[in-house]
Write a protein that binds this ligand. Structure first.
Ligand code: PAN
Ligand code: ZN
Length: 188
């Protein structure tokens, strides 16, 4: 028996999956995410723009099933740091994820929870990024148009924002000489 509807339409302009739930993160929701706190507060005093949205189709079927989310991340910077998602680990740490780039130019910052090792991988249209388990992941828009991507993950992965919320990623991606550069947060 086919339990769930298996065919879905993605609207890349609206960032919606038919039948999905839609959530938005505004600049004010990202306090603590950007390295330059002064520039962040200055930008927030000027306005509270949408930074990203996620249209999510969560499965209630449990073990073995998949959930997925269509993300749209706006272009822009706070100081020299590109717009980004909050980033998270999966609550079930073994849960991996596959990201598929659909539009725009972006990067994914991965950080192994155990070793602390970072990887910066391209996520642009037609690129796939595999995020292993035990890996914090954040999406970054380095382009001038919205970055659109689909993430597919185990239905029981869960999202743990706590650890990243407290200590953030070790590295930041900033613009240097018109190009993205990976830098140690403590040495900025
Ligand atoms: C994605 C993310 C999406 C938004 O669907 O949830 O990019 O990023 P944050 O969840 O960090 O705000 C995913 O990785 N799901 O597991
Ligand atoms: Zn995830």
């Amino acid at each position: 028996m086919i339990a769930a509807a298996v065919a879905r339409r993605l609207d890349l302009d609206l960032g919606r999956i038919a039948g999905g739930t839609f959530s938005c993160r505004f600049l004010g929701d990202l306090r603590g995410s950007f390295a330059d706190r002064e520039r962040y507060e200055e930008a927030l005093a000027r306005g509270n723009p949408l930074i990203y949205s996620v249209s999510t189709l969560e499965s209630a079927a449990g073990d073995g099933d998949l959930s997925y989310g269509l993300g749209v991340l706006m272009p822009g910077k706070i100081g020299r740091e590109y717009f980004l998602t909050k980033g998270h680990l999966h609550a079930w740490r073994e849960a991996a994820e596959v990201y598929v780039g659909l539009r725009g130019h972006g990067l994914m910052l991965l950080e192994d929870e155990q070793s602390g090792e970072s990887k910066l991988l391209p996520l642009s249209a037609n690129e796939i990024v595999y995020v292993p388990g035990h890996t914090a992941h954040r999406t970054i828009n380095i382009g001038t148009v919205p970055l659109v991507y689909l993430g597919v993950y185990p239905a029981n992965a869960g999202h743990d924002y706590g650890a990243i919320g407290e200590r953030n990623f070790r590295n930041v991606v900033i613009e240097e000489a018109s190009s993205p550069a990976l830098r140690d947060r403590m040495k900025l």
